[in-house]
Design a protein around this ligand. Structure first.
Ligand code: HEM
Length: 518
């Protein structure tokens, strides 16, 4: 009786007071939401199948720890800090585990024996990629198909055929640098020049024409837009961890309206370039040969052709330019290493024409410097998550339920004291076996090109580009730092957000006059 009377009074009150009514509804939804998330958090922290794994309480309760880390652009160093604090396995979100024991490369990313299924990619990493799937975000079946088509353009034989084109672009780069350097009087932003070179070269092997960055000394609009889109891709990595309504709210708040326009512009530019490639057969085997064949025989849609071309340029250019810039800075910060590398390069090659892929493959110290730069500054530094398949699977000797997201953070595993002696020091000798202090280093933990069936298809090409450009830089020039502060102190939004890298280039003095003939 008392309940009926109270309900009646409440109804009367609601009818007569709308603002009270709305406030009441809002408060009720707030209380319900807080209660719901409170209960979910309690479940996640104490009752969830992953509750036994160590990690911050916020990460166990909700995806907010990861979102905040992505948002601040500090994921690589944050994950290293977590592993330093909690050990080799850390819970980074209610349903996510992070590992830094090198054996997990095989377990999480490796090929599987017959009867077991490869762990699929967790779509959160590439959730910003819209449209038809490409090699990066395709399912296992379609990925296998595209990867086979692309393999031809990245084979050893193709690389040999592509070398003259690569050398032509490198010659242009150094001709321009020799012209711009003013004998070391004028600092130049070497990062931009590396970008001009890689984007020109990779676009030639994709579209059959370059972006003309080296000749104009500016970035093409395509590349400018690509850099602005990288940040929005990173915001999608965050929003994909939120429930639907919050996701939409987050995307509206943080992803600028112009991203949509930029995406349309880049697709239009891409289409133009693909049309050019369809009409022109390149002089050497390029990345697109087999994709174009599949397109011409109706096995690939125009969107798939364009999407994969876009990925090739994006994945193939920024990464290489980042490593070249990082290595240059690290050499400038470590004069002992720079001097030793200069000695190797200048004793090995007496003329720039001798600096070929075959020639640089003999430079052991150059390779060690590159490996060390890839370790301390991996261009793709974020964790690439994989999903435990139906039926569950074992990782690190422990059964994990289906749907668990597992990953190795590329930066953290390569910089953890659990795997390396003096991990923060840049010491290429740890790769050559010359220094006994580093014999216990677990070198297999550094996998900057990822691992297994979805690792980088262009690893050999990337090494060839980096070795040739670094050897030429050191052969032609004495280099000097002109950048203030720690250039490597950068944030990551999908890619490292780099500022200009100012350096001075003074043509190296040598007895003969071969230094300028490029
Ligand atoms: C220093 C240079 C490079 C680094 C560190 C690097 C790193 C990586 C990594 C970590 C992945 C795995 C991405 C994922 O799992 O989502 C990847 C994939 C890929 N990379 Fe690279 N990359 C480099 C250069 C290149 C170049 C020069 C190209 C070619 C033009 C290229 C083309 C690709 C492609 C097509 C994939 C997708 C492969 C697949 O899913 O099967 N990369 N790269």
């Amino acid at each position: 009786m008392a309940i009926a009377e109270a309900s009646f009074q409440l109804l009367n009150l609601l009818e007569s007071n709308w603002s009270f009514c709305i406030t009441f509804a809002l408060l009720a939804s707030l209380v319900l939401t807080i209660t719901y998330y409170g209960v979910v958090s309690i479940y996640n922290i104490w009752l969830h199948p992953l509750s036994k794994y160590p990690g911050p309480l916020l990460a166990a309760a909700s995806p907010l720890w990861m979102i905040s880390s992505y948002f601040q652009g500090r994921t690589p160093t944050d994950l290293l800090r977590l592993h330093n604090q909690y050990g080799p396995v850390v819970r980074t979100a209610p349903n996510e585990l992070s590992y830094i024991n090198p054996i997990q490369w095989r377990e999480i990313y490796g090929f599987k024996p017959a009867g077991q299924i490869e762990f699929a990619k967790d779509h959160k990493y590439h959730s910003g990629l819209k449209g038809d799937p490409t090699i990066l975000n395709a399912d296992r079946h379609y990925h296998g198909y595209i990867r086979k088509l692309l393999a031809n353009g990245f084979s050893e034989k193709s690389l040999r055929d592509q070398e003259p084109v690569l050398q032509e672009y490198i010659n242009t780069l150094f001709r321009r640098l020799l012209g711009e350097c003013r004998n070391g009087e004028q600092p130049i932003d070497i990062m931009s020049w590396y970008n001009y070179f890689v984007f020109d070269f990779i676009s030639f092997l994709t579209f059959g024409e370059s972006f003309d960055c080296l000749t104009t000394g500016t970035l093409h609009e395509w590349i400018d837009i690509f850099f602005s889109l990288a940040r929005s891709l990173s915001y999608h990595q965050m929003s994909s961890r939120l429930p639907f309504l919050l996701r939409k709210l987050f995307e509206n708040l943080f992803i600028p309206r112009k991203v949509k326009r930029d995406s349309l512009t880049i697709r239009a530019l891409n289409k133009e370039k693909i049309d050019h490639r369809l009409k022109n057969h390149p002089p050497v085997p390029d990345f697109m040969d087999k994709l174009v064949e599949a397109f011409n025989s109706g096995k690939m849609s125009p969107q798939q052709l364009e999407g994969n071309a876009l990925i090739l340029i994006a994945a193939g250019s920024e990464t290489t330019a980042t490593l070249l810039s990082g290595l240059t800075f690290l050499l400038l910060k470590h004069p002992r290493v720079l001097a030793k590398l200069a000695e190797e390069i200048r004793l090995t090659f007496s003329h720039p024409d001798d600096i070929t892929i075959g020639g640089v493959n003999g430079c052991k110290y150059l390779l060690a410097c590159i490996e060390e730069a890839l370790r301390v500054y991996p261009p793709s530094s974020q964790p690439h998550h994989r999903i435990i398949p139906a039926g569950g699977a074992s990782v690190n000797g422990e059964f994990l339920p289906a749907g668990t997201s597992v990953a190795i953070p590329i930066y953290a595993i390569a910089n953890s004291p659990l795997n390396w002696t003096q991990p923060e020091a840049f010491i290429p000798e740890r790769w050559t076996g010359e220094d006994a202090r580093f014999t216990d280093d677990r070198r297999e933990s550094s996998q900057p090109f990822s691992y297994g069936p979805r690792n980088c298809i262009a690893r050999n090409l990337a090494y060839a580009e980096i070795k040739l450009v670094m050897a030429r830089l050191i052969w032609h020039f004495d280099i000097e730092n002109a950048t203030e502060g720690d250039w490597l102190d950068q944030k990551v939004y999908m890619v490292w957000e780099k500022s200009p890298l100012w350096i001075k280039l003074r043509p190296a003095k040598r007895d003969d006059s071969s230094s300028v003939s490029v």
